[in-house]
Design a binder for this molecule. Structure first.
Ligand SMILES: Nc1nc2c(ncn2[C@@H]2O[C@H](COP(=O)(O)OP(=O)(O)O)[C@@H](O)[C@H]2O)c(=O)[nH]1
Ligand SMILES: [Mg+2]
Length: 288
């Protein structure tokens, strides 16, 4: 693959049979050929919402594997640059929640919590908004630096579902972009939104704060204080304190076993070369 390749945008012709190609100015798909970046962007969402399609159209990578086998964190990563800034894009496993009821959920949750991406893009199926926005709300509990990508808009249109993008944007307090990733539609707008959140230029209203009564707020603050004293590098202590108060067993276990420390270390390592990694996996499979 060329190390630098200009972005292309495919849209169906009027008759839907042929596809025209438009160039997205200022997008360079870097594949796995990058060793530094200005921003880290995570792609999260329910399964089958088009995460890998978005991933491929931004990085130029084709053989995407949602491959995060076992506890060894094997990340689907690729790079792109847009308007002079470079981005590392991480495709997370598809999940319906972040409650760590499965390994995939844990991987996605840990990355958003501890990988501390500059931007988390939530790819949602516009035809199944209720279920998809549930995950979005869980992500927004961890980070406000997110973009909602309302994908499969062609399907929504076909089914007569009218999605009020501006209203969703206003209520969530993050940029929302309508896309049909299969045809590259809306990808340019998605890039603009990612850029504005990455650079912290997005000025949205704060999402409606859940008011927490004083008799609960104080224990949260106390617990956060204790967590910081024991685990000085632990990010998102408020979120963790809330889960502990809810009685989340996995979080308690992870703290007691010091699992979080090793996770934070993994995310600080340089990116993995996806091709090299796939080769290693293929070789080990062939020899076993
Ligand atoms: N109609 C339509 N199909 C899409 C769109 N985006 C992705 N798909 C298709 O939806 C399926 C799942 O996409 P994929 O990117 O693998 O989803 P992921 O599981 O979230 O990674 C694939 O067959 C894609 O071609 C879209 O905007 N419109
Ligand atoms: Mg995928």
């Amino acid at each position: 693959m060329d190390s630098v390749q200009e972005g292309t945008r495919h849209v169906p012709s009027e008759h839907g049979l042929l596809s025209k190609t438009f160039r997205i100015k200022q997008l360079q798909k870097l594949g796995v050929n990058f060793d530094s970046w200005d921003f880290v962007v995570a792609l999260a969402g329910n399964p089958n919402t088009g995460k890998s399609t978005v991933f491929n159209s931004l990085t130029g990578l084709r053989q995407h594997t949602g491959n995060w086998p076992g506890k060894t964190v094997s990340r689907a990563e690729g790079g792109f640059s847009f308007k002079e800034k470079s981005y590392k894009l991480v495709d997370l496993p598809g999940t319906y929640s972040l409650l760590s009821t499965s390994e995939d959920e844990e991987i996605a949750r840990n990355f958003i919590l501890f990988g501390q991406p500059h931007v988390t893009v939530i790819v949602a199926d516009a035809t199944r908004l209720e279920r998809n926005l549930n995950l979005a709300l869980q992500i927004l509990e961890i980070t406000p630096h997110a973009v909602l990508c309302l994908n499969l808009m062609d399907e929504a249109k076909r089914k007569g579902i009218d999605v009020n993008v501006k209203s969703i944007e206003k209520q969530l307090g993050i940029p929302a972009v309508a896309t049909t990733a299969r045809y590259g539609d809306g990808i340019n707008e998605l890039l603009e939104a990612i850029e504005s959140v990455a650079k912290r230029n997005w000025i949205g209203k704060e999402p409606d704060a859940i008011s927490i009564p004083e008799n609960i707020e104080q224990p949260i603050l106390d617990l956060e204080h204790d967590l910081r004293a024991i685990y000085p590098n632990l990010p998102n202590t408020r979120w963790i304190a809330l889960r502990l108060l809810e009685g989340d067993v996995r979080i308690r276990e992870a703290l007691l076993n010091n699992e979080f420390a090793s996770i934070i270390n993994i995310y600080n390592q340089p990116p993995l070369d996806l091709n090299e990694e796939l080769e290693t996996i293929n070789k080990s499979q062939a020899s076993s």
